[in-house]
Write a protein that binds this ligand. Structure first.
Ligand code: BGC
Length: 442
């Protein structure tokens, strides 16, 4: 393999992940100043936050059909244009309405890119490096979140929310220009009858002429030239991976990841930590998320997805119960704050090494070519839908159950997830996408 060329493609396409992370991360700080400047009502504030995951659900819905019909590359190109438009709407917004349109557009673009980029990367990467290549997207998501936190911190001093939100135009423009030059995936090309072009891309990726021909034949056998419908996603033989992917995508959210990422500072102030400690913890959570994701990238193709998924989720469950228990003793002084901070870091490390990478990787590699775009879009919709529901219910859960029971509840869900993964998620390390498809059909 021409490693440099593959790495170059992976890095540029994964800018989609950076935008996903940045747009979700930067809003928490920006909202404080938007609220003041535009005198937002509570409903308007909720809309500013919630329109993004909602837009993402709609984006993922269209992306499934469109990536199968028009190709992966063109759709990432369109997503990057929408990202640019969204940044303009948000940073120049004269009224709340423009801001809300901007957030919805950003959501739409994130919904499209959060499924299409991993799909694109999984179809272009060599089997032995697929874990690394696809999860580079997740690494960029974490870098984007961290960048969002940092930009908020820097521009927060000038209360400049327009720059905070508008800066996302920069990676979006780079993504757009890069996608003009990057290739379509050989899977999509051969699956749609463009054999010569598929061959050309495979050769460019460093394959010998003979190997490239063999791969194209393999793709034909797996795809059988038909394009599957949504109904076919539920056909026997496909149903199992479909359900496994959807559940994995849902579990990724319902263990409460985004409540921890976005409410880390307020969670810490519940147990009596000072504001500065809380802010540092937020940056720390972002930093640990990125560092552990780097570690995961190197382990995914060595120890495999399953081990990381299960170990990571066990760690995350332990952390959730530690947080839950900590709250029942919250009045008992300093050690609770300490326990809490340690649990937060353990939680994020467990997520980053397991569910963070593996959920997106699994849904990008597990479906047969015929239905890959559509099935992946269903799993992505499930992911964003549950993200939306968790964000919407978290504060009411805190209100009614209190933090102790709320985190213990996420912990119980985590236990169910571990049991499910142990029983139903197979290892996909090192296999070609065509081998993985045939595993399920047999
Ligand atoms: C999840 C996001 C989450 C992020 C944190 C992603 O895999 O889909 O919801 O915010 O990881 O790193």
């Amino acid at each position: 393999m021409k490693n440099f060329y593959v790495q170059f493609i992976v890095f540029l396409a994964a800018l989609g992940g950076l935008l996903f992370g940045y747009d979700t991360g930067a809003i928490s700080g920006a909202l404080i100043y938007i609220k003041q400047e535009m005198s937002l009502s509570v409903l308007e504030q909720e809309l500013v936050v919630a329109l993004l995951p909602l837009g993402a659900v709609i984006g993922a819905l269209f992306a499934g059909y469109c990536t199968d019909r028009f190709g992966r590359r063109k759709i990432i190109l369109v997503a990057s244009l929408i990202f640019i438009l969204a940044a303009l709407f948000m940073s120049l917004a004269p009224t709340v309405l423009f801001l809300l349109i901007g957030r919805s557009l950003a959501g739409l673009a994130i919904g499209v890119s959060s499924m299409t980029v991993p799909l694109y990367l999984s179809e272009l990467s060599p089997p032995k490096k697929r874990g690394f290549c696809v999860s580079t997207n997740q690494l960029m998501v974490t870098v984007g979140i961290l960048a969002g936190f940092l930009v908020d911190y820097i521009f927060g001093q000038h209360q400049d929310w327009r720059i905070m939100l508008g800066l996302s135009a920069v990676p979006a423009i780079i993504l757009f220009v890069s996608m003009l030059f990057l290739p379509e995936t050989p899977r999509w090309l051969a699956g749609n009858g463009y054999d010569e072009r598929a061959n050309g891309v495979l050769r460019k990726l460093g394959m010998s002429a003979e190997k490239a021909r063999a791969v194209v034949t393999q793709i034909h056998q797996a795809a059988k030239f038909e394009r599957g419908s949504y109904r076919e996603c539920f056909a026997k033989g496909v149903r199992k991976p479909l359900i496994a992917g959807i559940l994995l995508a849902i579990f990724q959210q319902i263990v409460g990841i985004n409540t921890v990422i976005y409410y880390a500072p307020s969670i810490l102030t519940f147990v009596g930590e000072k504001d500065t400690a809380a802010l540092l913890a937020t940056l720390g959570v972002g930093g640990v998320n990125t560092l552990v994701t780097i570690l995961a990238l190197f382990l995914l193709d060595r120890v495999g997805r399953r081990v990381l998924l299960i170990t990571g989720t066990v760690l995350l469950v332990v952390a959730l119960f530690m947080m839950g228990v900590g709250h029942f003793y919250a009045a008992e002084g300093n050690w609770v704050g300490m326990l809490y901070t340690i649990s937060l870091f353990l939680y994020i490390a467990g997520f980053a090494i397991g569910l963070g990478c593996v959920a997106w990787l699994f849904i990008a590699e597990v479906y047969p070519l015929k239905i890959r775009g559509k099935a992946m879009s269903l799993a992505t919709i499930a992911n964003w839908g549950s993200n939306f529901i968790v964000s919407l219910t978290f504060l009411s859960l805190l209100d009614h159950l209190g933090p102790g029971f709320t985190f213990s509840l996420y912990g119980v869900i985590g236990v169910i997830a571990v049991i499910y993964f142990s029983a139903f998620i197979p290892e996909t390390k090192g296999k070609t996408l065509e081998e993985i498809s045939s595993y399920w059909s047999h």
